[in-house]
Design a protein around this ligand. Structure first.
Ligand code: KG4
Ligand code: ZN
Length: 376
């Protein structure tokens, strides 16, 4: 089954064609991140306007890349026409992110996907963006990235599995009893882990590059092997629940930053790199401890990491190490970096494994789409 998926929940505009939830036939992502740089964060209206401009070209590119990879001959001469390409390319269904996310951005993807479904008569499958992230783990990564954790392990995902989804707006733990049978276990009570990375990056003068900038600054600290004098709290790490809280950490970071700022230190100073390092350690420590607690509680055979923050190399390294310490019977999976951040491949995979086609009349953008109840 070949699915054309569309994703526009935040500032990315993405489209992909995926076969049977695992084989990536094309994957296109356009981002308006650079346009938000001067505002210090995503401006929803700017994101939606850009998405309006590039939605159709992105879909066209995804279909055209797929045609060339499969050597599909278009049935008509109108090769640039989305609807004729869909007919000739044997696409079986359309999948689309309906939420959670920014309303203006979601509307662009949802209304485009509905129109395509209506014009072509293909079924349309609504998808929850947060749940979709975890399905990036089921995609055949060899085609995308030569060195991935999945290949290193050379193992398949066995159930029950614990799935940690960490993104800019979400930090959620799920129990996967099977590929489609999910239960929500816990999530953040306030800020998400990605939000903590993003707010810290802005505070330390790294602009809107978020977790990537913190990771780079932290690496500089590791390289000079500086002893970090700064100690930040690990909120709720010892709490038995599977919930998280990162807003107290943000306050503690602000306190440390004010001390450094009053000494006239800037983003290029080694002490600022040391602060970035400690921020990364604090966030990743909490994520690792909670995930392992969940794995132990539910006798997990696999642990799946996903979402934008899953691209963080320190988190991947620490989780991998902690898992092999705890049990040799538990395997660790994380998608390659380009499938951690927002993309349409994961949307297609989720639609294939647990999606249900719906009447296009009933499909609507759901900015607050529940990540707890949608799992059930
Ligand atoms: O999943 P995603 O692309 O969008 C949302 O659904 O929110 O996640 C974006 C988040 C941002 O907070 C970004 O700072 C974070 O993922 N992120 C990282 C890294 N790459 C992206 N955080 C830490 N380390 C990274 N390398
Ligand atoms: Zn996301």
């Amino acid at each position: 089954m070949k699915i054309l998926a569309v994703e526009t929940s935040c500032d990315e505009t993405a489209a992909a064609v995926v076969e049977d939830g695992v084989k990536v036939l094309s994957n296109v992502v356009a981002s308006s991140a650079a346009m938000h740089e001067k505002y210090g964060g995503i401006v929803p209206e700017v994101a939606a306007r850009e998405q309006l401009k590039c939605m159709i070209p992105v879909i066209q590119e995804a279909l055209s890349l797929y045609s060339s990879s499969e050597r599909v001959q278009p049935a008509s001469r109108e090769v640039s026409n989305v609807s004729s390409r869909l007919r000739s390319n044997n696409i079986d269904a359309i999948a689309v992110t309906v939420g959670p996310g920014l309303i203006g951005s979601l509307l662009v993807g949802v209304e485009t996907a509905k129109t395509i479904a209506l014009v072509t008569g293909k079924p349309i499958i609504p998808v929850n963006h947060v749940l979709a992230h975890m399905y990036g783990n089921f995609v055949n990564h060899q085609q995308i990235d030569k060195v991935t954790i999945q290949q290193i392990n050379n193992s398949t995902i066995n159930f029950p599995a614990i799935s940690l989804v960490v993104s800019g707006g979400h930090t959620e733990l799920y129990l996967m009893k099977s590929i489609k049978d999910l239960a929500w276990l816990g999530g953040t009570l306030d800020d998400a882990a990605g939000e903590a990375f993003d707010k810290t990056a802005r505070l330390l003068g790294f602009g809107s590059r978020g977790g990537v900038a913190i990771q780079e600054a932290a690496k500089k600290c590791q390289m000079i092997n500086a002893k970090c004098q700064i100690k930040l709290p690990r909120p709720m790490m010892d709490d038995e629940s599977l919930n998280f809280s990162f807003s107290g950490l943000k306050t503690a970071i602000l306190r440390e930053w004010k001390k450094l700022e009053s000494q006239g230190l800037t983003g290029s100073d080694p002490v600022i790199h040391a602060l970035a390092y400690e921020v990364q350690e604090a966030i990743t420590d909490v994520l690792v401890v909670k995930t392992l607690r969940a794995a132990k509680k539910y006798n997990a055979k696999s642990i799946l990491l996903s979402g934008g923050v899953a691209a963080n190399l320190r988190l991947r390294e620490k989780l991998q190490r902690a898992i092999s310490h705890q049990s040799s019977a538990v395997s660790f999976f994380a998608p390659p970096a380009q499938l951690c951040t927002d993309n349409a491949v994961a949307i297609a995979a989720c639609a294939f494994f647990r999606g249900k086609p719906a009447d296009w009349h009933t499909i609507t953008a759901l900015p607050d789409f529940s990540v707890e109840h949608s799992a059930a």
